[in-house]
Write a protein that binds this ligand. Sequence first.
Ligand SMILES: Cc1cc2nc3c(=O)[nH]c(=O)nc-3n(C[C@H](O)[C@H](O)[C@H](O)COP(=O)(O)O)c2cc1C
Ligand code: SF4
Ligand code: SF4
Length: 239
Amino acid sequence: MIYCFSSTGNSLHTARRIAEALGTQVAPITPEPATCADDIVGLVFPAFFWGAPTVVEAFARTLNITNPQAYVFAIVVSGGSAPGAANSLRRWHKLAYCAELKHVNNYIPGYAVNNEPDVHANAQAQLAQIIADLNACKTQRAGFYTPLNRVIRRAMPGPASDAKFSISGCTGCGICASACPVSNITVDTQPQFAHRCEHCLACMHACPAAAINYGKSAGKARYLHPDVPLAQLIAFYRQ
Ligand SMILES: Cc1cc2nc3c(=O)[nH]c(=O)nc-3n(C[C@H](O)[C@H](O)[C@H](O)COP(=O)(O)O)c2cc1C
Ligand code: SF4
Ligand code: SF4
């Protein structure tokens, strides 16, 4: 089984390709605990502040891998730089293989989206190498989760960061509520946030009016992986 969290589709696309190659399935990472008896167990997730999203950490902490011979791996899908971030899950699991796959950066409060052909081409090439490694049951450490990772990860906005989202131009369509992977949004005339935010930005990227903003995101292009339509992302968390 490949467990995946994804805001804009990079990790979901990666997880699906890996699952196809290894002959297994992809399941969403949610706040619910899971038990897995498979002989291959993967965790694929985006880099958040040189670490893993909070929901991924919580999931990994409680994930019960019952097969002691399981080949367990973690792939962090970054926006270009998250050294050692996949290793953050070594706190809870013996990982045979870790890797960082550098992809399009969706952190629009800080950066513009680099949704360019060479970034996708590089990501495809890295994915091919990772799949070859996993098919060969390779072991790989790919760096360390260091004190610098911990310092950067602590700068991650917390669950009440949604109180600082600004809303302008909302049509009340409700798409942001459907796109939120942790059901943190309800929409009456415009989104209301429940302050259990993962700061994943799925709502910002999914909003057709670009009405949700934070930091320096206003006016910047939004992003979804070209092979992962929004309807698939929404359905993934509701399977
Ligand atoms: C809260 C947040 C923090 C992020 N921190 C990092 C980071 O430390 N390093 C990095 O390279 N990319 C960072 N990114 C970018 C994403 O990890 C990257 O775009 C990833 O490919 C998105 O995957 P997804 O489409 O599966 O959500 C961050 C994105 C978000 C939303
Ligand atoms: S997706 Fe955008 S326009 Fe639709 S309800 Fe949410 S904020 Fe408003
Ligand atoms: S409210 Fe937006 S940023 Fe927060 S968890 Fe939901 S989709 Fe992610």
